[in-house]
Structures are given as structure tokens and as C-alpha cells.
Design a protein around this ligand. Structure first.
Ligand code: 0GZ
Length: 307
């Protein structure tokens, strides 16, 4: 099937630089996506955008180029609840990828089991209105209790202004809960101001809540952009991500967010995004927790000592 990209769509950056920052052995890119290819895995009719293709082979080439050992592939909203592209990527990853799916209430236990066997370990609940239509909370809660039986967790994507309204629902989820992109703080506000304090309190009050300290390229208002060798990109995001890493070192994850859906301003060089990591996780110990120990505990528990 031929798809026409959303007007103004920015394609992912070709030929990313080799990072200067040496990733620890076994590092996991814990948030990335595959798009199609649309010819093989059509985009969902209910999608809010039509991306460029970004295949599993291209994702695995990026993984090797940047020096990651593994990926966590998150179902992108342009595929709705059709997880075929995701599952196909997991099955062709040589065990080096696990996934987070999107499911509807109608999903059967057999389908959940098949996804589990392919490497799915979580479901994503999305509250960002420009990306998805509304799903009633009772339906989400029912899904959460069903997937809990598989030992899966829930990934939530929301914007900072919506946290007060969603707080009780999130606090009632029966699994580990992983917040995408730090709950999208407005980084023009102070890091110790009420909005980000509320997010930190959410993590303090709920020890089952983790956060991805990802997407500085999405959150930054001042840049500079991760392009042309820039080693100190997205400076305005650093205090926010660093605060979360330092306060919750055993509940943070990092990911490239490749192929970076819906960026309007520029497309970052993923090698330079990796060079952002030591600014938010300044010690070797924090880097190891963020990039290896935490994602391994959540996605490959059978390979860690605690298993
Ligand atoms: O902010 C976004 O546009 C975005 C979209 C998606 C998706 O469409 O799944 O995923 C993300 O992690 C971020």
C-alpha cells in the first residue's frame, strides 16, 4: 500500500555520527520505534500522522552504529493496536529486542500469550490528545489487570498539565508503571517549581513508577540542536533529567526515540543524542544503572541475578 507522509514530515537522520561517549557494555536503547514499512505493515486507519518508513533492519543498524546491545521497541501510535510490525521486529532481533504493545479490550489471552512469546513485556497507555482518541479508564484498568498476570508493566505517555487529573488513575495501576519522556515537562518553568515538583512527588509517592529521561530534542526550547558535532545540546533539559536520574537512579531508563515521530523543528543526529547522556547521568555508576541494570531488570529479568 502506498502512503503519503504527513505534510512537513521530517525523516530520520541518515548517517549518524559515532558517539564520543562510550556506552557501557550491554547498554539498552529502551525507547525506539519501527514504522512499517507501510507496504508490508500498513499504518492504522485511525492514525493521527503518516510517517516515513523506518524498518527493523534500519533500527538494528542504528543500534550497532551507536554501540547499543539491545532495544526496547515501543508500539508507535501510527500503527494503532496492530502490533504486527513490532512483533516482526522482535522475532527478527535474535533476542536483542523486547517490546511494548498497544492492545484493545478485545485482545484475547491467546494473543497476549503470543506477544509474550515474541518478547512483549508491556502495554502503552497514551493520553496525548494529538496522538490518540480517548479510551475510557475502566477499559485501561481492565487491560492493566489482565497484562499484570503476564508479569508485564504499563507505559504511560501524558503531558505535565494533565498529571493532576490522571494522578489517581495512575496511582491505582497494579503493575510497574513507566512514564515516557518525564511526563513532558515545560522546561521553560523552573526545575524546582510546582509543575516539576508534582512529577517528582508522583515518583516519590509511588515507588512502582519509573521514568524515561528521554526526548531532550522534543522538550528543549533553547537548544542548541544535536547537529554538526554539538557536544552540549539541549542544555535547558539537562537539569530536569539530571534531577530525576539523581533522585531515582534505580527507576530510570534512556532511549533514543528513533525515528523521532512528529518533530517539527529539526531531526537530531542520534550519535550526538548519545553524547547527551553523561550530562544527565554524570558518573559511571549512574550510567550503568540507567543504560544496563535498570532496563535489564525490567525487560530481561531472567538474565539478571535477582531472577
Ligand atoms: O511526541 C510524539 O509525537 C510521540 C509519538 C509517539 C507515537 O506516535 O507513538 O511516540 C513517542 O514516543 C512520541
Amino acid at each position: 500500500m502506498q502512503f503519503q507522509k504527513t505534510p512537513g514530515w521530517l525523516d530520520w537522520y541518515q548517517g549518524p555520527s559515532q558517539p564520543r561517549f562510550q556506552l557501557p557494555a550491554g547498554a539498552v536503547d529502551a525507547h525506539c520505534h519501527v514504522f512499517g514499512p507501510g507496504e508490508e505493515f500498513p499504518y492504522a486507519p485511525e492514525r493521527k500522522y503518516t510517517p516515513c518508513d523506518a524498518s527493523k533492519q534500519q533500527l538494528f543498524a542504528l543500534r550497532d552504529r551507536l554501540g547499543f546491545a539491545r532495544n526496547v521497541i515501543v508500539q508507535a501510535t501510527c500503527h494503532g493496536a496492530d502490533n504486527r510490525a513490532l512483533v516482526d521486529a522482535l522475532l527478527h532481533s535474535d533476542g536483542k529486542a523486547r517490546g511494548v504493545a498497544t492492545v484493545r479490550r478485545s485482545v484475547s489471552d491467546e494473543e497476549l500469550q503470543a506477544m509474550h512469546d515474541a518478547g512483549v513485556r508491556g502495554v502503552r497507555f497514551n493520553f496525548v490528545k494529538r496522538l490518540v482518541d480517548f479510551t475510557p479508564k475502566d477499559e485501561l484498568m481492565e487491560t492493566a489487570s489482565r497484562i499484570a498476570r503476564f508479569g508485564w508493566h504499563v507505559v504511560i505517555y501524558f503531558e505535565a498539565v494533565d498529571l493532576p487529573e490522571l494522578w489517581d488513575f495512575f496511582s491505582g495501576l497494579p503493575t510497574t508503571v513507566v512514564v515516557d519522556h518525564m511526563g513532558r515537562p515545560d522546561v521553560s518553568k523552573p526545575v524546582d517549581g510546582p509543575e516539576f515538583e508534582l512529577f517528582l512527588k508522583f515518583m516519590r509517592d509511588n515507588p512502582n513508577v519509573w521514568s524515561k529521561v528521554s526526548c531532550p530534542e522534543r522538550l528543549s526550547l533553547t537548544g542548541p540542536r544535536a547537529l554538526d558535532g554539538e557536544q552540549a545540546a539541549y542544555r535547558d533539559v539537562v537539569p530536569f533529567a539530571r534531577r530525576v536520574v539523581e533522585e531515582f537512579p534505580d527507576r530510570v531508563l534512556w532511549g533514543t526515540d528513533w525515528p523521532h515521530p512528529n518533530l517539527k523543528d529539526h531531526m537530531p543526529d542520534d550519535g550526538l543524542l548519545v553524547d547527551f547522556i553523561p550530562h544527565i547521568a554524570p558518573t559511571a555508576e549512574l550510567q550503568h544503572q540507567l543504560l544496563v541494570a535498570n532496563p535489564m531488570r525490567l525487560y530481561w529479568p531472567e538474565e539478571t541475578q535477582e531472577a
